[in-house]
Write a protein that binds this ligand. Structure first.
Ligand code: HEM
Ligand SMILES: [Cu+2]
Length: 547
């Protein structure tokens, strides 16, 4: 039992102790900081894009600058925020504690991953300084590797390459941690489901990310030496690039969503005060999604000129993903059914997740079906689909995780009422932004254009207003969290939510070594061991073990 003395934030002081730390918790916090700065940056680009689209003729910038804005928006959000987001920040912070471990398997490698991520971020900022790129985040040739794109393109390729290594190393580290650092008595099927989500994610990171690395490396060489890989004028094949790119980038969407689903599994159970329904099904469906996710990349290429039979097969395989996804949604709903649900901030975000993932996933079926994708491809319908899954779902889960683990990370409680209302604001802003895009897309509005016909003015303006509501909601929720850090902010007890996973059985913030002797294991969703005694202590264990 620790006294409420030193914790991982105060045990060592000064910036030097941070930049050389091997503590997974500090590394998690550093990731979180850079990731939140990236979100702000990506968000500013998004607001600029939406502001420009206020007028059918464009309001703000030239067409060329518009192309650079949406490219950087997409690239920053995808590579700096939504891919690393949940695993790097929250995975690092909580995974070892969930396993009762002192740290990840390879703490030094973990710090290296962080620095690689940071270096990639710096490269992206350099892209900005050198004028940005206008290729779209997908970098499709021939356009993207035409001569004269300049230094910014090379910097972007290097940035993606470096960040890829960061992602691979994190994956290796997490796999090793889950295999080797579990305490005696915790089998694989006793791990919290967030850990299972990270496990499935790590497999994808390790297997798929090297392909991205090779692809950008080949792009680099093609651009500099014209060796004829992707560019028709030198004898290359642009469709080959698309295969390489989506062989990574489709699995990458599961790198984003699987950890998010892990967060949802934790929060749904804790805030319904019911053991998770269908634990094994949720765990195994993560692995199923990871495996099937490797077989469907061609659904991004139905109109690329790939063979008809390839398209048919990819279409069928794509629809298979719906099965494990639906299993999860069913199990979450069954967990909530007759639970005593508390609508605290993390749970509000999770309810948003369920709604938005439902819509996002179902619209994926329209796009996965060959015949309906052909007219919908490259319209705003696709933009709305992937924002429902990436922003609607993954961002909601990220915000849920942020509010759920914030008391553990900082030892402070934020204002619950503001937290809840900002969550509702984020949801409403989101819907207002992207529902109009579904409608425009179904009417045939093409994506990535700087101007549009007058008939879409109203829908487009609604979308712009929504984006500002969403942005303000995000901003307000971050201010609410930061407010809790001020002098005299409310202190968090060890277990403010009454959760049964191990990270809640150490102090908030945790000791530098996480635990002084492991608390007795009771199963991650066994809430019967907990008792609410109110006051500043909140939830304690009935068996007498207390931090
Ligand atoms: C649930 C099952 C899902 C299915 C069946 C599905 C299907 C599809 C299909 C067929 C496309 C290509 C549409 C086109 O370009 O014409 C697409 C695009 C996309 N999807 Fe999904 N999707 C699903 C879930 C997700 C998830 C969970 C994410 C991310 C977290 C995601 C992210 C994306 C992205 C980023 C694109 C567009 C990329 C681009 O062209 O810029 N999807 N989806
Ligand atoms: Cu895909």
């Amino acid at each position: 039992m620790s006294t409420h003395g030193e914790n991982y934030l105060t045990a060592e002081r000064g910036w030097r102790s941070w930049i050389t730390t091997r503590d997974h918790k500090r590394i998690g916090v550093m990731y979180l900081t850079v990731i939140l700065i990236s979100v702000l940056l990506g968000g500013l680009f998004a607001l600029a894009v939406r502001l420009h689209l206020w007028n059918p003729d464009g309001l703000l910038v030239s067409n060329d600058v518009y192309n650079r804005l949406f490219t950087l928006h997409g690239a920053v959000m995808i590579f700096l925020f939504i891919i690393p987001g949940i695993p790097a920040a929250f995975g690092n912070f909580v995974l070892p504690m969930m396993l009762g471990a002192r740290d990840v398997a390879f703490p030094r490698l973990n710090l290296l991953s962080f620095y690689l991520y940071l270096a990639g971020t710096v490269f992206f900022l350099a892209v900005l300084v050198f004028g940005g790129i206008d290729t779209g985040w997908t970098l499709y040739p021939p356009y993207s590797f035409e001569s004269g794109k300049g230094l910014a393109l090379l910097l972007a390729l290097l940035g993606v390459f470096i960040i890829g290594f960061s992602s691979i190393l994190t994956g290796v580290n997490f796999i090793a941690t889950m295999h080797n650092m579990r305490p005696k008595g915790m089998g694989f099927f006793d791990m919290p489901l967030f850990a299972w989500g990270l496990y499935a994610t790590s497999i994808i990171q390790v297997i798929a990310t090297p392909v991205l690395g090779i692809t950008v490396a080949l792009g680099f060489v093609e651009y500099l030496f014209h060796i004829g890989l992707f560019m028709p004028e030198y004898g290359g094949d642009p469709v080959l690039f698309q295969h390489f790119f989506w062989f990574y980038s489709h699995p990458a969407v599961y790198i984003m969503i699987l950890p998010a689903m892990g967060v949802v599994s934790e929060v749904v159970s804790v805030f319904s005060r019911k053991p998770i329904f269908g634990y094994r099904f949720i765990a195994m469906s993560s692995i199923a999604i990871a495996i099937i996710g490797f077989l469907v990349w061609g659904h991004h290429m139905f109109v690329s000129g790939q063979s008809k039979w390839a398209s048919v097969i990819f279409s069928v395989l794509t629809l298979l993903v719906a099965i494990p996804s639906a299993i999860k949604v069913f199990n979450w709903l069954a967990t909530m059914y007759r639970g005593s649900i508390r609508l605290d901030t993390p749970m509000v975000y999770v309810l948003s997740f369920l709604l938005l993932f439902g819509v996002g996933g179902l619209t994926g079926l329209f796009l996965g079906s060959l015949s309906t994708d052909v007219p919908l491809h490259d319209t705003y319908f696709v933009v709305a689909h992937f924002h429902f899954v990436m922003v609607g779902s993954v961002l909601s889960a990220f915000m849920a995780a942020l509010h759920y683990w914030w008391p553990k990370m900082t030892g402070r409680l934020y204002d619950e009422r503001i937290g809840r209302w900002t969550a509702v604001m984020v949801l409403l802003g989101f819907l207002l932004t992207f529902v109009p895009q579904f409608i425009m897309g179904a009417e045939g509005a093409p994506r990535r254009y700087a101007t549009y016909p007058y008939e879409w003015e109203l829908l487009s303006r609604l979308s712009t207003v929504g984006a500002f509501v969403l942005g303000s909601g995000m901003f307000a929720s971050l201010i609410n969290l930061l407010q809790s850090l001020r002098r005299g902010g409310r202190r968090a007890p060890a277990n403010p939510w009454g959760a049964a996973t191990l990270e809640w059985f150490t102090t908030s913030p945790p000791d530098p070594h996480n635990f002084h002797g492991l608390p007795p294991l009771t199963g991650p969703y066994n809430f019967s061991v907990l008792q609410y005694i109110g006051g500043e202590t909140g939830w304690v264990r009935r068996d007498g073990y207390n931090v």
